[in-house]
Structure formats: C-alpha cells, structure tokens
Design a protein around this ligand. Structure first.
Ligand SMILES: CSC[C@H]1O[C@H](OP(=O)(O)O)[C@H](O)[C@@H]1O
Ligand SMILES: Nc1ncnc2[nH]cnc12
Length: 290
C-alpha cells in the first residue's frame, strides 16, 4: 500500500465504483450531521479508496440538502489524505462541448444559505481560498483522462448555483459575463470545507450540456444531463481508476496539509469546548499540537 488514501466524491451518474478491490460499504458517523451515504471502502492497486456518492445511492438528496460538512468530515474520519470530486456540469463556453472533461481551478460561489464552514464563535478561522484546488491532484486528474482516451481542458471557473431549478437565459448569460466557464450546484461549499479540513481537493467535471445561454441550441434539462452521463460514465470510471493507478507510491506533503496553520484567530482561553470536540477530525492535526 502507498501513503495515499483517496476520497472520491461521486456526482450525478456515479453512485459506486466497480473497480474497487475488497469493497465494503461502511457507515461513518459525523458530529456535523448525516453524510450522504455509507462510504464504499476498498483499494485500487496500491491506493486506498473511500468513495462517497454525493447525492446518495439512487440520487436521493437534492443539491441544497447535501450536508457537505458531514461528507467532508466523514471522509477525513475515514482516513482520506486527498479528495477527487467528480461532477456533471453545464458549459458556459463555446469551446467546452458536451462530453469533454474539465478540471476546475476557480469558483464563484453563488449559493445561498448553505452551511459553508466548520468554524464559528469560539473557534474563528479564516483559510485562504485564493487557489481553491490542489494543482498536483488537478494535473494528475487531467492526465488520467487523456491517458484513457478522453479529452480534458485544464482549468476552468465553476459557478456554483443554488438550484435545484436550472438557470434562466438571463442568468446563464450573466454568469458568462462574470467569467464563469462551467456551472453546477454542488462544488460549493464542498471545496471550501475540504480546504478547512486540510484536504487537498480537485474537481474533475464532465460537461453534459450548454446550459441556457445559446440561442441556437436546446436549453438544459435532466434528460440531456443523464444521456450525456450515460454516454461517458464508463470513461469517468476508467479515469478514476487511471487516477489511482498512476499515483506514485510515496505521497510528498502538500502545503494544503497545513491550511489551518495561522488561520485560527480566537485566543486559546476563549475556545468553545463543544465546538472543539466536533473539530476532532477536521482540525485534529492542529488540536493535537496544543
Ligand atoms: C442531474 S442535473 C443537475 C445536478 O447534476 C450536478 O450534480 P453533481 O455536481 O453532483 O454531478 C449538478 O450540480 C446538479 O446537482
Ligand atoms: N446546466 C447545468 N446547470 C447546473 N448544474 C448542472 N449540472 C449539469 N448541467 C448543469
């Protein structure tokens, strides 16, 4: 076995991974709430894998009701060192045609009212989100897609919307003006929470539609997304496999492993003990240092 334990968060159309050896669904409890499902634990080659379907098996959970805090906390408790998230996205750019894979490198968070931090009164922390994804994992994800014959664009800005309704034509055009290139309902606050949990995170997105900004094309609906996902889901699974198999045995440290160093501003004598107890996994490294 290597030093890597890769958490895979499966999006629309990806609810399990067949390639896992010694696979077992295991419930993981979190003090933050209910994770979307049990975690499928196993290995691919020399890499331990912990797979969590973001919407639950059978796509039970709507984007606004996903408990991203519970999911990230559960993956951390399951021993993950890094996270590769997979998502279906709409394209806001002519060049990003349906069927293409994209690694996301920036986010615009336009979600509303989701719980987007583990921290708060009694343990206030501000992590940097200037560079929200891990460049090492993102590059490796893009290479894994091309290795198995897919096409991948490296680096795109992801607009996270609340949903569950798709965007109006005016919203879709507005997001293009903002510089967004792909759109989805789940990348945030997932990426923020992974950073707070000191987990390097990459988002490998698969373009399923052109959203609603084009006058000359159909506007997005679920049938389009599902059809495109079905066409490409084999490729997505192979990309995940190639991703794990292509990792080197040794995991060199990432700066994101220490994202909380210097991020906490609350004086130690003002710490909230109940909050600290819930942070035993997310901020475990820091809290153990005392
Ligand atoms: C099924 S269409 C909309 C749905 O698909 C995307 O999900 P995910 O990011 O989990 O692949 C999008 O964000 C919406 O939740
Ligand atoms: N056009 C779109 N908008 C939001 N989420 C999506 N997921 C897939 N396509 C989408």
């Amino acid at each position: 076995m290597s030093d890597w334990t890769i958490g895979i968060i499966g999006g629309s159309g990806l609810y399990a991974i067949d390639a896992l050896e010694d696979a077992q669904w295991i419930p993981v409890l979190s003090p933050w709430g209910e994770p979307s499902d049990e975690i499928l634990c196993g290995k691919i080659d020399h890499v331990r894998v912990r797979f969590l379907p973001r919407h639950g098996r059978g796509h039970r959970i709507a984007p606004s009701n996903i408990d991203a805090r519970a999911n990230i906390d559960a993956l951390k408790r399951a021993g993950c060192t890094d996270i590769l998230a997979i998502s279906a996205v709409g394209s806001l750019s002519e060049e990003l045609a349906p069927g293409r894979f994209v690694t996301v490198d920036q986010f615009i968070d336009n979600t509303r009212g989701r719980r987007s931090s583990f921290f708060g009164d009694g343990f206030v922390a501000h992590v940097s989100m200037a560079d929200p994804v891990c460049p090492r994992l993102s590059k490796h994800a893009a290479r894994s897609v091309t290795k198995i014959g897919g096409e991948c664009t490296e680096g795109a800005t992801y607009l996270a919307m609340e949903g569950p309704q798709f965007s109006s034509r005016a919203e879709s055009r507005l997001y293009r003006h903002w510089g967004a290139e792909v759109i989805g309902m789940t990348g945030m606050p997932e990426a923020k929470l992974a950073r707070e949990a000191e987990l390097p995170y990459a988002l490998l997105a698969m373009v399923t539609d052109y959203d609603s900004w084009r006058d000359d094309a159909e506007t997005v609906d679920v049938a389009q997304v599902v059809e495109q996902m079905q066409r490409n889901s084999k490729l997505a699974r192979k990309a995940v496999e190639a991703f794990c198999m292509g990792l080197p045995k040794k995991r060199n440290p990432s700066p994101i492993d220490h994202a909380l160093t210097d991020a906490v501003i609350t004086a130690p004598d003002k710490h909230d003990k109940a909050l600290l107890a819930k942070l035993d996994a997310v901020a475990g490294r820091l809290l153990r240092q005392g």
